[in-house]
Ligand binder design. Structure first.
Ligand code: ADP
Ligand code: MG
Length: 312
């Protein structure tokens, strides 16, 4: 059984279908990427998965509990960092954390320890006594994350955590995400319209557009959806133009060009044999310097499946 099961979730606003029969599962320890352009339905799905909004159909089961029937059992396992920052501006970072800690039922020494730990992992220790209205957008976002992890949630959900923040905070959030997943085995759900972030952080991906599933699965299988070809880049010492012609004749090679001294191949995943290419290069007096397999990016996957770019 998966830790999180989202089954046939549908949501309408008036006549507009905002989520259309969404089904997915997330396993413990996953870093799960929910990606799609603005307005795709990501935040709506997150709100339904955390019990903030009701769906118009379908169910969410977390750790075996039906969210609608046993909301408290589910909610205590979740830390949510909403898209809109939710903090008290007029008080210090520390006091914000204390407040959210109380809400989770923490107190005394345990509360202090949890606050110190949250400040540490989000890199805000030195700023704990400053009022939040002095903070940059990135620091506010990190403080929001700190507030969401005080109760050691098994599942951390971050909705577009890197929108509109400085590169330093962005890196902090990446490192934090990797760390909390690796060291605490926290399951992370990360929504973004930046494909390269999800590409780097997540092992499993759900691509959503206009409320519908575009692609879903582990990164590799999603990428193989759009192409039966491998892209291979070979760098050779003593490159000669005749090599290209010879490589083109090999079985499974669909395309071969030279670009800036690199031999670029498009080769069929099944019938192509790398050894044959290496032999050709050697027989023309070349020596291999490097071989790289290039995967299509998630951005390319989105383009191939929807005909549109992810960002306008
Ligand atoms: N409270 C609301 N009332 C009406 N429509 C809404 C409401 N919230 C979101 N929507 C619509 O639902 C769609 C999905 O929005 P949202 O889930 O915020 O997308 P995303 O987070 O992927 O950018 C959008 O078309 C948005 O306009
Ligand atoms: Mg959103």
């Amino acid at each position: 059984m998966s830790l999180i099961e989202v089954k046939n979730i549908t949501k309408r606003f008036g006549h507009k279908v905002v989520l259309d029969n969404i089904t997915l599962t997330i396993d413990e320890g996953d870093v799960f990427g929910l990606i799609g352009p603005n307005g795709a339905g990501k935040s709506t799905l997150i709100k339904i998965m955390t019990g903030l909004w009701d769906s118009d159909g379908g169910e969410v089961i977390i750790d075996g509990y039906d969210l609608k029937k046993e909301p408290l059992k589910v909610k205590e396992q979740i830390g949510l960092v909403p898209q809109e920052i939710a903090l008290f501006e007029g008080i210090t970072a520390y006091d914000n954390l204390e407040f959210f800690g109380y809400l989770y039922g923490l107190k005394g020494r345990q509360l202090k320890e949890r606050i110190d730990e949250a400040l540490e992992v989000t890199g805000l220790k030195d700023r704990r006594k400053e009022k939040v209205n002095k903070f940059s957008g990135g620091m506010k976002r990190r403080l929001n994350i700190a507030c969401a992890i005080l109760h050691h949630p098994r599942i951390l959900i971050m909705d577009e955590p890197t929108v509109g923040i400085d590169p330093q905070s962005r890196n902090h959030i990446f490192e934090f995400t990797k760390r909390i997943n690796k060291e605490n085995n926290t399951t992370v759900i990360y929504t973004s319209h930046y494909m390269e972030e999800v590409e780097m952080l997540c092992n499993k991906v759900f691509i959503i557009d206009l409320g519908q599933e575009v692609a879903y699965g582990d990164k590799k299988s999603i990428k193989s959806m759009i192409s039966n070809n491998d892209r291979i880049l070979i760098e050779a010492f003593d490159y000669r133009r005749e090599m290209i012609q010879a490589i083109k004749q090999l079985p499974g090679v669909n395309e071969c060009i030279e670009e800036k001294g690199l031999i670029k191949l498009l080769a069929d995943k099944n019938s192509f044999r790398l050894e044959a290419v290496l032999k050709v290069i050697e027989s023309h007096g070349g020596r291999i310097k490097s071989i790289n397999f290039e995967e299509p990016s998630l951005e390319e996957v989105f383009l191939a499946l929807t005909g549109r770019n992810l960002r306008d």
